[in-house]
Ligand binder design. Sequence first.
Ligand SMILES: CC(C)(COP(=O)(O)OP(=O)(O)OC[C@H]1O[C@@H](n2cnc3c(N)ncnc32)[C@H](O)[C@@H]1OP(=O)(O)O)[C@@H](O)C(=O)NCCC(=O)NCCS
Length: 186
Amino acid sequence: MELTQFSGGQRIERVLEGELSEARERSIMLLLEDCFPDTFSGRIYFQQIPHVRFLLFDGDLLLGQVAVDFRVIRVGKEVVRILGVIDLCVRSEVRRRGYGTVFLHVVAEQARAWRAQHLVLFADRSELYLRNGYAAINPAEVKWLAIEERQSYGLIEGDMTGTLFAKSLFFEPWPEGSIDMLGYLF
Ligand SMILES: CC(C)(COP(=O)(O)OP(=O)(O)OC[C@H]1O[C@@H](n2cnc3c(N)ncnc32)[C@H](O)[C@@H]1OP(=O)(O)O)[C@@H](O)C(=O)NCCC(=O)NCCS
């Protein structure tokens, strides 16, 4: 489904993961290799297949992508409906033109449409996210299912303060308390 058309002809499409053609999977693999070298080992997901991707094209050329995971997590006493933002990336030659920001707008629209209460992501750098309405969760004591080399090996608890960011979509504050991801760390 086509969502956004840019004046230069570029477009963002929304694709269910199960409907990706092999050719598209290959383009995503090459893009991820360009953006996250030596990370994906030829796959198009790091630990687990996401639910939906947004793909930015110029003609047939894939310029960028972001994936999302729809789930509930526990924060303290509350169960929160979230959309997880995964592997946002833009091809190196076309960075700093605002595509990353547009992707964040697109996932926020999607999250609101699905009545997710918060967008959630993990990142080492914060600039883009702080500029787009995300805040660092502090403190961020997180429990998650550890997966390594595509094998589960138990639950891990760790302090993710400084790397966990969230954006409220319906003016609800982030609840207090430790965070149980109810699954893997995207
Ligand atoms: C992060 C990324 C998607 C931004 O895409 P973009 O199209 O350049 O984004 P925009 O043009 O909307 O905004 C650019 C701004 O994002 C910020 N930014 C750059 N890299 C960033 C990063 N890794 N994390 C957070 N913010 C970042 C910078 O402030 C940059 O502006 P500046 O260079 O003038 O200071 C792109 O740099 C990228 O693909 N990086 C490699 C993959 C990656 O690290 N992804 C993030 C995973 S959490």
